[in-house]
Design a protein around this ligand. Structure first.
Ligand code: NAP
Length: 496
């Protein structure tokens, strides 16, 4: 059970504590923020509404703890990360339970998220000891006009304090994908979890606490992003921001100081289907890609662009599979569960109604109860409909019929997003040409877009992001290159 057993100390009455200077604390604000269960629409949990003074304190601690952490041998940092990963995996049940209750993620997927997060921490520790243990050695005589009088040694050094802000949909996984690279690289870490997902994150942070990381190195500040967010992101002590979420990331990028930013933002991932595609494979991938976790995934298939000649057949196959999706409570592992909030459900409904007014074909009846929206495939969507361009983040999927591959590529490239895309064809040569033409960070050939496995590079173009994730890229982004040059009085050549 969440908040019990080894997690008892993170709870104060009915409000979860925040984590600062190695201890679980109650905010001096005396205020809490309610976390509403998306399925029941009742308050499930409460977390502290931290104050600006508490943020200042955390930043001060983070700065000072980082100095000694940077002097901790790499193998010791890795050892602690492995320990935290093991504790996290051992305690997957209560963490998964909070994911079910605060973001309505199906129970099985919630467990998968926690286990995947443990694996990501361990992988990061292993990768860190390899890549951070290596540097470069350069000789001056390769540049014109120079003799071999300078030996240049490069190594990677930490940035300082990393601020991590994950979104609600994978709060644990997208938190550790920032925490683990930051720590292995010698940084300290301040986490601001999403409000929906905060309790799962607090449990996860407690696993790091139990692993024995030094005081102040990791902190977790809770509160509404709209209230505490600007103060955190513009804080002078922050040396790097790693953010995953929606348009908020664009405004953070404009306000942040001269620090490295890792931004993983929204997407409108297109699925381009050619005439020669295996339509059964496409249909299965559209279901998995478009409707897993009720479409609330950055890499969900968000628009299908299918060649007119095979569109009828594909739509029939997808319709048959949509009919088999189960709809209901996350506790029962239903495929489609309530979307995260009422405002999100209202937004999705707005897109659906706009498409209805403009003449889209509804392949199923539109049905909504509270935050629960039944899966809906919209055929004959045209570019003048909002749903052709906007990210619903829900279980509704538009199909646009195209008469040429170029039309599909043009639609994909006209989007302000450029996260991922996919193309289905049996012709690998065509697939490569289309992949090269698509302005997205990744193109999947014959499979739905996906973020994992977690060590693959993951990045968005245009409004979908800045920088690249994936274990190695995140570690590199959270470091700087430092060089030391040895100057010799006379040229010295190794003679062989
Ligand atoms: P969001 O509304 O942008 O929130 C993301 C995070 O930002 C939350 O922790 C939120 O805290 C915080 N926040 C809100 N206002 C802030 C501010 N002014 N300053 C700093 N932080 C602030 O996104 P979401 O609804 O959680 O997630 C859905 C979006 O994330 C979608 O657009 C999806 O495509 C995107 N996403 C992208 C990726 C990717 O890797 N590209 C992965 C997953 C999701 P509160 O919860 O307290 O408001």
């Amino acid at each position: 059970m969440a908040g019990t057993g080894i997690f008892t100390e993170i709870l104060d009455g009915e409000v979860y504590k925040y984590y600062s200077d190695g201890e679980w604390r109650t905010s001096s604000s005396g205020k809490s923020v309610a976390i509403v269960n998306p399925a029941t629409r009742k308050t499930q949990y409460k977390v502290q509404a931290c104050t600006q003074e508490e943020v200042n304190k955390v930043m001060e601690m983070a700065k000072s703890a980082q100095k000694s952490w940077a002097k901790t041998p790499l193998w010791k940092r890795a050892e602690l990360l492995h320990k935290a990963a093991a504790i996290l995996k051992d305690n997957k049940a209560p963490i998964a339970e909070s994911l079910v209750k605060e973001i309505a993620k199906p129970a099985k997927d919630s467990v998968t998220e926690v286990v995947r997060s443990g694996d990501l921490i361990s992988y990061c520790a292993e990768e860190g000891v390899r890549i951070l243990g290596e540097g470069k050695f350069l000789l001056s005589d390769s540049f014109p006009g120079n003799e071999r009088t300078k030996y240049c040694l490069t190594s990677k050094i930490p940035l300082g304090v990393v601020l991590a802000i994950p979104p609600f949909n994978y709060p644990v996984n997208l938190a550790v994908s920032k925490i683990a690279p930051a720590l292995i690289a010698g940084n300290s870490l301040v986490l601001k979890p999403p409000t929906q997902g905060a309790v799962s994150c607090l449990h996860m942070v407690h696993c790091f606490h139990l692993a024995g990381f030094p005081k102040g190195l990791i902190s977790c500040i809770t509160g509404k992003g709209s209230e505490i967010g600007d103060f955190l992101t513009m804080h002078p002590a922050v040396n790097c921001i790693s953010f995953t979420g929606g348009d908020t990331g664009i405004s953070i990028s404009k306000k942040a100081g001269m620090i490295p930013l890792q931004m993983e933002l929204g997407g409108k991932d297109a699925c381009i289907v050619l005439e020669d595609a295996d339509l059964d494979l496409v249909a299965s991938n559209i279901i998995k890609g478009g409707f897993s976790y009720s479409g609330q995934r950055c890499t969900a298939v968000k628009v299908v662009l299918v060649m007119e000649s095979v569109a009828d057949e594909l739509v029939e196959k997808v319709k048959a599979k949509v009919a088999k999706l189960t709809v209901g409570p996350p506790e029962e592992n239903c495929d489609i569960t309530a979307v995260v909030s009422e405002s999100s459900a209202n937004f999705i409904e707005g897109l659906v109604m706009d498409a209805k007014e403009k003449g889209a074909t509804f392949c199923q009846e539109y049905k909504r109860e509270g935050n629960l929206i039944w899966p809906l495939l919209l055929d004959n969507v045209r570019p003048d409909m909002r749903i052709a361009w906007e990210e619903p983040f829900g279980p509704v999927l538009p199909v646009l019929r195209i008469s040429s591959v170029e039309e599909g590529i043009n639609h994909c490239n006209a989007s302000n997003f450029g996260l991922q895309g996919c193309v289905f064809t049996k012709d690998i040569n065509k697939a490569m040409l289309i992949s090269d033409a698509m302005e997205t960070g990744t193109v999947q050939i014959n499979s739905a877009p996906a973020r994992g496995p977690d060590h693959f590079p993951f990045q968005g173009l245009k409004d979908s992001g800045i920088g690249s994730q994936g274990v190695t890229n995140s570690i590199n982004l959270m470091t700087k290159v430092k060089t030391t040059v040895i100057n010799l009085p006379t040229p010295s050549y190794s003679m062989g």
